[in-house]
Design a protein around this ligand. Structure first.
Ligand SMILES: [Zn+2]
Length: 495
């Protein structure tokens, strides 16, 4: 609803303060019927009486123009502003206010029709008042006409439509082609301390987020200090059991290995622990059910590794069956065994498929089982960082990726194009999956395309109290906007 200008009436000051609410304003004559394409000047007068300090023009209760007034005894006050009307009914009212209160004018109703805009055709007879579209220009017939093409005099130019916008939610955050999680299992096994000394520092040197699995019942103080530090730096901390016993053996207990571990880690991490990986990637159906019943756990690494290796499909992954690829130095047990570098091959496969790769490592340059040598790890992270910089890869913890993917799939997006070219994007959050996976802070990336070059895009929540969404320029016809669906509808406007 672009409000063009307003002109407040100017007056000289004669005397002091008000002692009562202002006298009511009267709206000047307005049509009762118009179209959404026409701009009208709405004027009002307060002919005589208690003066106002501010005025507001309201349409259906929403402020559309506002101005300050000069108090001048009981003298006349007036002002005007230009506006277009909303499709359907517009209830206009002027509110005048001073220190003692506000007084509203009588309401004036304007119906604004939104006639379908069709291209001009020579053989059609147009009655006076008809609208047509020529390119992006809207014209209105001043009298009956046939076979007179704009810019013939009969056609009055009304307005020009802006660039048409379209928007959809990107498959992955920031419209990356693929997602990647770098997990290190077995923190607190002591032999994996290379995660602390080598792994996380190498990730941080490249601005990459890691994901660390904690064996909660085995941690020393220095491990918990590392957990706190990693979580505060934005890395994901996940639950990797209490004592890493076999999930299909006699000593396994869901209450201890899942719930107790969960509580212990959450005592040390500033945020909820949301992801779980069973030791050996094995579990009974009963243990998986117990895991699903934990309120904070929104996903887990799949069991049955042999059936669950490779890339997760963006549109069908199951949050409780996240496929991974296990690192070994020889490549044995990897889907990519036999390739030059299983690390690169997995990432490349994810980019090619537009899916999500979850790499499982243990330690880095330490004494752990199948530790990754530091130089190999560094080379891999350099490769990953280059893909991130090219916009091809989104590197994040498993729970962030699950939240994004499941929210995209279950929180329905609606786009509503307005006649002036603005696009309103809203989200239906009623779906149960959407409610589960869309956190207050979850951001989805809108890919916004325009049908012509524009100099920029502005994005704002309808709820003006929200911090405005971030817009990234891709090209003169494409923009990315990260929005929080919980913050409500967003209006996109080409500049
Ligand atoms: Zn493990």
């Amino acid at each position: 609803m672009a409000k063009l200008t307003y002109l407040a009436g100017l007056m000289t000051i004669l005397c002091g303060t008000a002692v009562a609410a202002p006298n009511p304003a009267q709206l000047d004559v307005l049509p009762t019927k118009t179209s959404v394409y026409e701009t009208h000047t709405v004027s009002w007068n307060m002919w005589w009486g208690e003066n106002a300090q501010q005025w507001r023009l309201l349409n259906n209760g929403e402020e559309i123009c506002f101005g300050e007034l000069v108090v001048n005894g009981n003298s006349k006050q007036s002002a005007s502003c230009q506006t277009q009307f909303l499709p359907g009914e517009n209830q206009l009212q002027v509110s005048l206010c001073n220190d003692d209160g506000c007084t509203n004018s009588a309401t004036h109703k304007v119906i604004a029709e939104e006639p379908e805009l069709l291209a001009w055709q020579a053989e059609i007879a147009y009655p006076a008042g008809s609208f047509i579209l020529v390119g992006k220009k809207i014209y209105q017939a001043q009298w009956w006409t046939k076979n007179e093409q704009p810019p013939a005099k009969v056609w009055a130019f009304v307005t020009e439509q802006g660039a048409a916008l379209s928007a959809q939610v990107a498959t992955w955050k920031d419209n990356a082609q693929a997602a990647y999680t770098i997990q290190h299992d077995d923190l607190c096994a002591y032999i994996t301390d290379g995660i602390i000394h080598n792994g996380i520092p190498e990730l941080e040197a490249r601005g990459l987020q890691g994901s660390v699995g904690v064996i909660a019942g085995n941690c020393a103080d220095y491990h918990w200090q590392a957990v706190e530090k990693f979580a505060a730096a934005g890395h994901e901390i996940f639950n990797h059991s209490w004592m890493h016993v076999s999930p299909v053996g006699d000593t396994w207990s869901d209450a201890v290995e899942i719930s107790q571990a969960q509580q212990k880690i959450e005592q040390h991490a500033p945020a909820a622990i949301e992801f779980y990986a069973f030791p050996e990637d094995q579990a009974t159906q009963g243990s998986i059910a117990a895991l699903k019943a934990e309120p904070n756990l929104i996903g887990m690494r799949s069991v049955n590794y042999w059936q669950a290796r490779g890339v997760n499909d963006a549109n069908t992954f199951d949050p409780y069956f996240i496929k991974n690829d296990l690192f070994t130095n020889s490549g044995i047990w990897s889907v990519y065994e036999g390739s030059d570098d299983i690390l690169r091959a997995y990432v490349d496969d994810a980019v090619a498929k537009g899916g999500w790769a979850l790499r499982t490592f243990h330690g880095v340059e330490d004494t752990s089982w199948e530790m990754v040598p530091l130089t190999r790890y560094q080379g891999h992270l350099d490769y990953v960082k280059a893909l991130v910089d090219k916009g091809k890869l989104w590197v994040a913890g498993a729970s962030d990726i699950i939240r994004y993917g499941m929210s995209r799939r279950s929180c329905a997006t609606q786009t509503d194009a307005q006649y002036n070219g603005n696009l309103v994007v809203s989200f239906d959050l009623s779906d149960a999956q959407c409610q589960k996976y869309l956190a207050d802070e979850t951001e989805l990336t809108l890919v916004v395309n325009t049908d012509q070059d524009v100099s920029g895009l502005s994005a704002s929540y309808l709820n003006a109290a929200q911090e405005q969404p971030k817009v990234t320029v891709v090209s003169a016809t494409q923009y990315l906007v990260n929005v929080k669906p919980h913050a409500g509808s967003v209006v996109l406007m080409a500049k």
